[in-house]
Design a protein around this ligand. Structure first.
Ligand SMILES: [Zn+2]
Ligand SMILES: [Zn+2]
Length: 324
């Protein structure tokens, strides 16, 4: 059993909000100010998470009425999900990037079309019909975990942004999610890095129709950018705060270079993204894991194509890749 509440210092509290996935928890950070508190990435909306937050607010003297601001590094359900629940209780603004806001509308807004587009994408990349049916069922399941949905206020990248009593720079770091932001306190060399760089886990970089034509290219570029920042402590979205930020960012770049080379080598026996995904990740993935594994494989093959290392062909509606 993990201890869910960790007092980092007199202003920052790390709360490990439970997740019903292998990731196990997402970090919500409470930042105290002289006049109240700010919440970064409140977590997925589940009964267990609600219960934990009620306990945290009670035990740590954090009344909802003193919640000044809710800040999101990105729109993924495990970060965004509870923001509306907190807004209902506090009236606090929920801050997210403009691109993040567009994605919440595309994924969970009125008349959303993303599930249909994603299923079309997976079909074109070789997924079989029985698996597509399971995937369609799976995609319907997320809405309760991001409801109620908040009114969003847009964050201007690179403009001074207040969290607690300090000023941060929101840095655009696309790749894991389009519109992802890290929040940098230059004076203290501290960074809230969301899921851009994680210790131990390699953040998923998946292709989502309509937002970024080549998310892996964006990711490798933004990793390169942030690896140059002076960072003493990074506060990530998952696992524990860590001190090896630049090193970890460079390690993740190398991981993707190896992955790209491995895919290039397997191309003859696995010419579609779906076959490649099965060849690399095996047959034992849950439908949830398969969704991310396939999006990730597609992102890598698109990047190899854009780099001119492989060629894309289409036959009978199925996208295949061949060596140059
Ligand atoms: Zn994420
Ligand atoms: Zn996450």
């Amino acid at each position: 059993m993990i201890k869910p509440i960790h007092i980092i210092n007199e202003t920052i509290l790390q709360v490990k909000v439970p997740l019903p996935f292998p990731l196990r928890w997402v970090n919500g950070y409470v930042v105290r100010s002289r006049s109240g508190w700010t919440l970064i990435d409140p977590g997925l909306h589940t009964p267990e998470a609600e219960e934990l937050w009620n306990r945290v607010m009670e035990e740590h003297d954090l009344p909802p009425t003193a919640l000044e601001s809710i800040v999101l590094t990105h729109h993924h359900p495990d970060h965004y999900g509870l923001s509306g629940w907190f807004q209902e209780r506090s009236g606090a603004p929920v801050h997210l990037s403009a691109v993040g806001r567009e994605q919440t509308k595309a994924l969970w807004g009125e008349g959303e079309t993303m599930s249909a587009k994603l299923l079309e994408l997976f079909r074109a990349h070789g997924m079989d019909e029985p698996t597509l049916e399971q995937m369609a069922e799976h995609m319907k399941g997320f809405l309760p975990q991001v409801s109620p949905q908040p009114q969003l206020t847009t964050i201007e990248p690179d403009q001074p942004f207040r969290i607690g009593d300090r000023t941060y720079r929101p840095i655009v770091t696309p790749g894991h999610a389009a519109g992802h932001l890290c929040f940098y306190d230059e004076e203290r060399s501290e960074l809230f890095c969301g899921d851009h760089v994680l210790p131990q886990i390699t953040p998923n970089v998946g292709y989502l129709p309509g937002f970024d034509d080549n998310p892996l290219r964006s990711y490798l570029r933004s990793l390169d950018d942030v690896s140059r920042l002076a960072v003493d402590v990074a506060y990530p979205g998952h696992r524990e705060p860590f001190r090896t930020f630049g090193e970890r960012a460079r390690e993740i770049v190398r991981h993707h270079e190896e992955r790209l080379a491995a895919m290039e080598a397997k191309l003859d026996s696995a010419p579609t993204s779906y076959a490649m995904c099965r060849a690399l990740f095996g047959d034992r993935l849950s439908i949830h894991q398969l969704r991310f594994a396939l999006s990730e494989t597609i992102a890598h093959l698109i990047h190899l194509r854009d780099e001119g290392r492989i060629r894309e062909t289409s036959d009978g509606g199925t996208i295949r890749y061949v060596r140059k």
